[in-house]
Design a protein around this ligand. Structure first.
Ligand code: GRF
Length: 194
């Protein structure tokens, strides 16, 4: 177990592919002196996305990974992770599937955020499906990453009640707000466990 005493913050990495709103909330949280995390590295498989622009603006170390060859890409990522002594990987809208080998190497050290109340609505287009099924509630889940998509042990969830007037767009907005609030809380919880 990592001792959360003294001034040393735990180095973490965030993996992104796009907008980066969760990245932003994790970054803001890391700036809080009681947060115990140091957002040391960002990995992105895309170059000109909002998340990367945010990282550059805030001078966070960012590595853009060419994913033409997954094996080589993951070797590069492992190299950056170990160079930066990363203790926890947070996936935040990262659209590449990590190999079994990679996931096993970082067992219980990779977490992901998903915009549904898992185990319901794994995969893509969650909000459309939730609305179609006339669910009363939706929400977000932070879970450990295993080789099976959106299936690892759940760390935290937060739910929101749907209105009859909700559309996939309005629901997405509500759930994203919850995601941005919950991710830093879940990271703190995991950090105190590793
Ligand atoms: C979020 O909805 C997250 O749950 C999903 O991808 C989206 C990423 O959003 N895995 P952002 O890039 O953090 O704004």
């Amino acid at each position: 177990m990592v001792k959360l005493t003294g001034k040393k913050k735990i180095p973490i990495a965030v993996f992104i592919s796009g907008r980066g709103s969760n990245l932003k909330s994790i970054y803001q949280f890391s700036k809080n002196k009681n947060s115990f995390i140091n957002l040391k590295l960002i990995i992105s498989d895309k170059l000109l996305v909002k998340g990367v622009l945010f990282a550059k603006k805030n001078k966070i170390k960012t590595k853009i990974i060419n994913y033409e060859n997954k094996n080589i890409a993951e070797k590069q990522i492992i190299n950056f992770l170990s160079k930066n002594n990363i203790k926890l990987i947070c996936l935040a809208g990262f659209m590449k599937i990590l190999s079994k080998k990679f996931v096993n190497r970082y067992k219980n050290k990779i977490i992901n955020i998903h915009p549904s109340l898992l185990p319901k609505y794994k995969g893509l287009n969650t909000h459309e499906r939730v609305i179609k099924m006339r669910e009363k509630y939706s929400g977000c889940t932070i879970h450990f990453v295993t080789e099976r998509i959106d299936s690892g042990k759940i760390i935290m969830q937060k739910k929101v009640r749907l209105k009859k007037s909700d559309t996939p767009k309005s629901l997405a907005r509500k759930v994203l707000k919850l995601e941005n609030e919950l991710y830093p809380v879940a990271i703190s919880k995991v950090i105190s466990m590793i």
